[in-house]
Design a protein around this ligand. Sequence first.
Ligand SMILES: [Zn+2]
Length: 215
Amino acid sequence: MPFVAIREDTRRKVDITDYESPKVALGGVSFVCRDCAAPMVIRSGDFVSPHFAHKPGYEDRPCWFRRVAESEAHREAKRRIAAALTNSDFFKGGRVEIEYPIDTEAGRRYIDVYMELPDGRRYAHEAQISGQGIAEFAERSQAYRSQGLEPVWWLGGPARTRENIVWVKQHCAWLGELDITYQERVIIDERDGSDGATSIGSGSVGRGRYQPARA
Ligand SMILES: [Zn+2]
């Protein structure tokens, strides 16, 4: 679920990562999803960063954010990428925007982090932290370039394989890397004497780095 939603009163975009305590700062404000226009609420918790979630009852509306069902680790990756790009040495003066819509032949999608430089160059920064094959990298890179966007892949977790790194270095101008630590929490339910243990895996994303991909 997204970081960005539309305020109903002003019809303006709100990026929740701009707020320290969004539930307080944005209390009483109504939001709608920028993709399906369903009402949204702010969700946050011990293990999740504040984000927007659809109110129940609109499940039948087609929505990109529902379809991709991003993990908390992926959301965190977007924040890390935006942080690494803001005030970066390589991309001075760039405008950085989380969840940027583009219309491709396959329909509307949202770039994880969009960046536009003062000279007009545009980049699509995408976090890839779960398995993705070379064919998919190639296809999505082609789709971005057809829109005048240079793709920058940020590889982390299972996607940071030797093969993927080599492909990105050969085909893209930049290589991004994300450090991901997977933690497992075990919840033991002892109420009925059974040993019902549930483990919940979640990833925490460390600092992102990137470099020119010249091999
Ligand atoms: Zn939606």
